[in-house]
Ligand binder design. Structure first.
Ligand code: ZN
Length: 581
């Protein structure tokens, strides 16, 4: 669910494909080209204050980081059967293997190209550049990431798999198509499924031991339970109970650990990749969320929509956690850095317990500093740049997430019960994302007007200026995805209303005398489209307003050299685990 639902710093597959567009297929980048590819990610330290943790949790944290490092090993194996050998070769060439692991001292050459290759390999956890549509950046490897990664035999076709599955008993079919098995060939070349607990046995045993040690050290009961059950799942290959325990996890150490997302299986989206997020709960932001959530009905009742469409009684919201990331590994640490995720994906858990959204505040802050600030320096006036505020930005993102939960959800169309998604169809995502952006602004303006304590860390001026700057971050990636299209609609609408002004020097400004009313007018548009299930209206709005106008194109062209994303440096994790050794 992560990549579909992620707000702002989305996983953008088509982001500035440098090598892919400029070089023919099969081209192996040299040192200068690799440096350019690497420079698209700004190295950014992720430092987290761990001083408030209990003594037991501090020790548990070091164990969990060690366990997460094992996840890197499993994940690399999942991505490609040749990955570990390639990684070893690269380390050898770059002189990064310890002496006892070097078979041949003369093979050790410390040269720049080898180091750059090793560096970029680690960032991608494979020899393929994710930002360049998975094109290879090393010689003598497959030209692109294999669609089935290492989940299926390389020579297996979709057709062969499906024919084979049809010969199986229903229960076996479930395993064959399940999250937690790989497909291999037996001695006779026939397909068979192998549970993760067997395929990754040695690594999983190592990880399980570390999780159990962490469970023994922590004083938090919900964490103890999750870690114990997850360690058990690594042996039994049954993840259900531990997924349930993850939903109940409420602890200063907020951990996500296991096989989850299925995107690397591009053949069927069946097989889950291992990932680990080792996070600390952010108590101040959690309190802020608590305030917003418990007053959401007040916002619903004040929305700029026809009162007949208002929901008099909002249902329960799915939980949101705000955390700071200490360490990420495996599927959680390659390519674009994950800024938020929604889990689990297992429908059996979602039906019983719902799902949970985790927002990585320090990752968002790192992206804000390394990407959004340089963007603002090019598209805002000097004066306005001083009004950029991470607090305003992050609070607005929280408001965006929460306001997905308000506005029209159950509607009537031609006398029948239905919902906006079903009615707006392919137009729904862009409209719903834009609705959440704008309703988020409406909600924050409401709390600013009511002088709510949770919005005292920023001003109205900072909120709208930060909103304007961030719109460029989204628009930069074009209007092919829902967020980009939704943002283009907002930008064009607000500009037509005079709330966003294009200055003669190519920068943009907010007109504070017009922005509030224009935002409410736009919200009224979105909410009415959803409440009436107006497919034709939504389509027309996207076709006429979801485009990038020429003056905006000129502004976006100036952003070429600004990093696309960050390269997280886990400084706190390194400090914590060095001391333990
Ligand atoms: Zn959203």
């Amino acid at each position: 669910m992560r990549k579909l639902l992620i707000f702002f710093f989305a996983v953008v597959v088509v982001a500035l494909p440098l090598a892919a567009q400029e070089k023919p297929a099969g081209h192996v980048p040299d040192k200068a080209e690799l440096d350019k590819m690497i420079a698209r990610f700004a190295p950014t330290p992720l430092r987290v204050d761990t001083s408030h943790l209990s003594a037991g949790d501090k020790k548990a944290l070091a164990k969990l980081i060690a366990a997460a490092r094992v996840v890197n090993d499993i994940f690399m194996q999942q991505m490609w059967s040749g990955n570990h050998a390639e990684w070893r070769r690269l380390r050898l060439a770059a002189g990064r293997l310890p002496a006892w692991q070097r078979e041949n001292e003369s093979a050790v050459r410390r040269h720049d190209l080898a180091s750059a290759r090793l560096h970029y390999f680690w960032m991608n956890k494979s020899p393929w550049s994710e930002l360049d549509e998975w094109q290879a950046f090393l010689p003598d490897v497959p030209p692109r990431k294999l669609a089935g990664a290492n989940f299926y035999p390389e020579d297996m076709t979709k057709d062969e798999f499906e024919k084979w599955v049809n010969t199986l008993y229903p229960e076996s079919q479930e395993y064959a198509k399940g999250f937690f098995t790989v497909i291999r060939r037996d001695a006779k070349g026939k397909l068979e499924f192998v549970p993760y607990s067997t395929e990754y046995q040695a690594d999983l045993q190592k990880a399980a031991r570390l999780l159990r040690e962490a469970a023994a050290l922590t004083d938090n009961a919900s964490l103890k339970k999750f870690l114990t059950l997850r360690a058990e799942a690594f042996t039994t290959n049954n993840y259900l109970d531990s997924d349930m325990a993850w939903m109940d996890l409420d602890a200063p150490l907020d951990i996500t650990f296991g096989p989850y997302e299925v995107y690397n299986d591009e053949v069927f989206n069946y097989k889950a990749s291992f990932e680990a997020f080792i996070n600390l709960r952010d108590d101040a932001e959690t309190a802020k969320l608590g305030f917003f959530s418990s007053h959401l009905q007040e916002i619903e009742d004040a929305l700029p929509e026809d009162p007949q469409y208002r929901n008099p009684k909002l249902g329960a919201l799915s939980p949101i956690r705000v955390v700071d990331e200490v360490f990420a590994a495996g599927d959680a640490n390659h390519g674009i850095a994950t800024a938020a995720y929604n889990l689990p994906n297992d429908d059996r858990v979602v039906t019983q317990k719902g799902s949970k959204r985790v927002m990585l505040k320090n990752v968002q802050e790192a992206k804000f500093n390394s990407v959004l600030k340089p963007i603002a320096a090019k598209v805002l006036t000097k004066d306005e740049q001083g009004d950029l505020s991470f607090d305003a930005f992050f609070t607005w993102i929280l408001a965006h997430e929460l306001t997905h939960g308000i506005g029209p959800h159950q509607i009537k169309k031609d006398g029948k019960d239905t919902n906006p998604r079903a009615q707006l169809k392919e137009n729904y995502s862009a409209i719903e994302e834009a609705k959440a952006d704008i309703t988020g602004l409406v909600a924050l303006q409401y709390w600013l007007d009511h002088k709510a304590p949770v919005v005292q860390s920023f001003s109205e001026k900072q909120l709208y200026t930060t909103y304007l700057a961030s719109s460029f971050r989204t628009l930069r990636f074009g209007t092919t995805d829902a967020h980009g299209r939704g943002m283009a609609i907002q930008f064009n609408f607000l500009k037509d209303k005079g709330a966003i002004i294009a200055n003669a020097d190519g920068t943009f400004s907010v007109d504070f005398s017009k922005i509030k009313e224009a935002v409410r007018d736009l919200d009224h548009e979105f909410l009415t489209l959803e409440a009436t299930g107006d497919y034709a209206g939504a389509k027309k709005l996207i076709e006429t307003m979801g485009l990038v106008p020429p003056e905006l194109k000129a502004a976006l062209a100036k952003l070429g050299d600004i990093p696309v994303d960050i390269e997280p440096q886990f400084v706190t994790a390194e400090e914590l685990t060095e001391k333990k050794k």
